[in-house]
Design a protein around this ligand. Structure first.
Ligand code: 5GP
Length: 113
């Protein structure tokens, strides 16, 4: 199977501005930021989307969220931030490799579109 876009970023085949990495996840700046700070954090394991994660991924998903919060702290988003997971076309998903958007740096409106 061919690699997903984010697997290619993990493998350093496509450049990205990386802000955090460990054995299980990678965080990097979004190429088209939707907020002053917009970072994506992805599991290195290519789970297509949250709706396709299984019980086997439970530990990894917990790790992903805890690291997202750690990255937000590292990015000085102490005034607040938003974590977003888009699932499927109608949910706004464009890259079929699970990723959490970390958005912040200004006041985020609610509800989203
Ligand atoms: P989705 O729409 O699937 O929830 O989010 C995919 C995100 O990936 C989008 O915000 C988009 O800007 C970002 N993106 C797409 N291609 C690239 C790329 O090559 N590099 C980086 N850093 N981000 C990308």
């Amino acid at each position: 199977m061919s690699k997903t876009l984010f697997e290619k970023i993990v493998a350093r085949e496509i450049p990205a501005q990386i802000v955090f990495e460990d054995d299980l996840v990678l965080a990097f700046h979004d190429i088209h930021p939707a907020a002053p700070t917009h970072v994506l954090i992805v599991p290195k394991k290519p789970i297509a989307r949250i709706g396709e994660a299984t019980a086997d991924d439970q530990k990894l998903l917990g790790h992903l969220l805890l690291k997202a919060a750690e990255v937000a702290k590292k990015l000085d988003l102490q005034n607040g931030y938003r974590l977003v997971i888009n699932n499927g076309a109608a949910g706004g998903e464009t890259v079929p490799h699970l990723h959490v958007h970390i958005l912040g740096g200004h006041h985020l409106t609610w509800p989203p579109g």
